[in-house]
Every structure is written in C-alpha cells, then in structure tokens.
Design a protein around this ligand. Structure first.
Ligand SMILES: Cc1cc2nc3c(=O)[nH]c(=O)nc-3n(C[C@H](O)[C@H](O)[C@H](O)COP(=O)(O)O)c2cc1C
Length: 253
C-alpha cells in the first residue's frame, strides 16, 4: 500500500542531525554503538551529539512503474505549468517515479531515461521534502540524505521567493558537473549540459502529469545562494528547480 505521506526512511534516519545521546541507539555504526554503550552507563547524560555521519543515510526506492494510466500524447496535451499546490505530501512511490523518469537506469549498460551526450551523464538529481534534502543515485534507484532538515524555505528564498516553492511538498533540483562533458566535448559542453537538463526536466514534467500531479519548471533563482543553502558540491551547478505537488485546483479534463 502506498503510504499516505512521503514515507522516506525511518524516524531514526530522519532525526535531525543533532540529537541527544539517548537517540544514538538509532544509528548502526561503531560510533553509534559506542554512544549507546556510554549512554547505558550514564556517561552521556545531557550530552548533545552530532550524528550526521553515523545514521543510516541510504536506502532503495520502490521499483518504478513501467506502465502508466495515460498515453504520452495525453500527457503532452495536458502538461501545463502549475504554481499552486494542495497541502498534501507526495508518496515515496511518486517521488521515486519522478526521479526515475528524470534519470532512471533503463538497461544493463547503464543508459538512462534521458539521453546524454557521449553517455557521460553530467546531471545530478536531488529532491527537497519536509524530511530533508536527498540525492538520487540512478544506479541503485535509491536516495541518500544529503542535508537534514526541510530545505524548502531556503530554496524558496534562493528562488526569489516564488510562491510555488513555498507551497510544493517536493522540489526537484537538477544540478550538473560540466567537467564530465567537457572531457570529450570541450567548449560545446555548456550547450550539451543545458540541453540534458531540459531533457530530464521535461521527463519530470510529463511524469508528473502521468501521475496526476502538477509541476512548474523554474530557472529563476540565485545560483550561489541556492548552492550554499543545499550544500551542493563545489563542482555542481544548479540548473533547474521543479516544484511538484497536487494541483490546488483540479486540472482541466
Ligand atoms: C527554462 C525555463 C525557466 C522557467 N522559469 C520559471 C520560473 O522561474 N518561474 C515560473 O513560475 N515559471 C518558469 N517557467 C515556466 C514558464 O513560465 C512556462 O513554461 C510558460 O509560461 C508557458 O506555460 P506552460 O508551461 O504552462 O506551457 C520556466 C520555463 C522554462 C522553460
């Protein structure tokens, strides 16, 4: 059964990065084990421990659906930018499906749903939800916690306070490592990377329609502010934000 709200990992994994010693038992690492031992002996009373690196932070998403309810033509016909969302979260299955649509692996050679110049795959995909900011790993169709805490207010601030960024239960972010493409294509790399972000973005938009969801692609944001807020690695540049949710009003039939 699809959970009623986004069912990203257990409460332990999503506890804020800073927790009290008693919660250390959530972690499975050596450090967490040591903390649990000290906690049981009463050595950690009141101590605040940073657990960011000790919590389990990776997990697999549900298998994506390969058959949908509506045709590609119908999705193309219905797609419209929607900027007002109902206050209902996306499910884990919906989030996984949208990520797969953008960059999912579709054969044993590692090719993906979106084409890539030279199959060099410069794009990195993230999603921000109330539970945290997550990085998508196409190879294992899984997520990794990239930054704890709800990133959406910071994304909205970096996105010129556009309302859709404040309303959406999930904001997808497409970033790129241009150097991966430069290795082969030199000065044409920026052009190729931007084209690829467009491919992946459109896939998210069409998948959203196919799932009965609504979305809007956004290019208006402050790059530096967004990169800092999301703790993006130095070599990654944000290219696209795509808030996704359930339309506040029903889409036309
Ligand atoms: C590259 C790009 C950047 C965009 N940036 C924004 C944006 O920052 N904010 C926004 O509300 N819409 C943005 N849009 C959506 C356009 O406003 C929208 O596509 C256009 O009005 C046409 O409407 P439609 O998408 O419903 O066909 C962007 C679209 C593209 C392709």
């Amino acid at each position: 059964m699809i959970p009623p709200r986004v069912h990203l990992p257990s409460a332990c994994a999503f506890a804020a990065a800073i927790v009290t010693a008693g919660a250390a038992a959530c972690g499975g690492s050596v450090e967490a084990e040591e903390m649990r031992r000290r906690s049981m002996k009463g050595e950690t009373k009141g101590e605040t421990i940073v657990l960011k690196s000790t919590l389990p932070q990776e997990w697999a998403l549900p298998d994506p659906q390969r058959v949908g309810e509506i045709s590609l033509e119908e999705a193309l016909q219905r797609r419209r930018s929607v900027r007002a969302f109902a206050n209902t979260p996306l499910t884990e299955a919906e989030i996984g499906q949208l990520l797969w649509a953008a960059q999912g692996v579709t054969d044993e050679a590692g090719h993906r749903t979106a084409p890539s110049a030279g199959a060099l795959y410069p794009l990195e995909l993230y999603v921000g939800t109330p539970d945290g900011f997550f990085h998508y790993d196409p190879a294992r169709h899984g997520l990794t916690l990239h930054k704890p805490g709800d990133p959406r207010p910071a994304m909205q601030a970096a996105g010129l306070y556009q309302e859709a960024l404040g309303d959406a239960p999930a904001i997808f972010a497409i970033a790129a490592v241009q150097e991966r493409t430069e290795v082969k294509y030199g000065a044409r790399a920026p052009r190729y990377v931007h084209m690829e972000a467009g491919h992946a973005g459109q896939n998210i938009l069409l998948e959203a329609v196919a799932l009965g969801l609504a979305a809007v692609p956004m290019g208006a944001f402050d790059d530096a502010r967004l990169s800092e807020a999301l703790a993006l690695p130095e070599d990654q540049r944000p290219l696209y934000l795509i808030p996704v949710g359930r339309a506040a009003t029903e889409p036309p039939p």
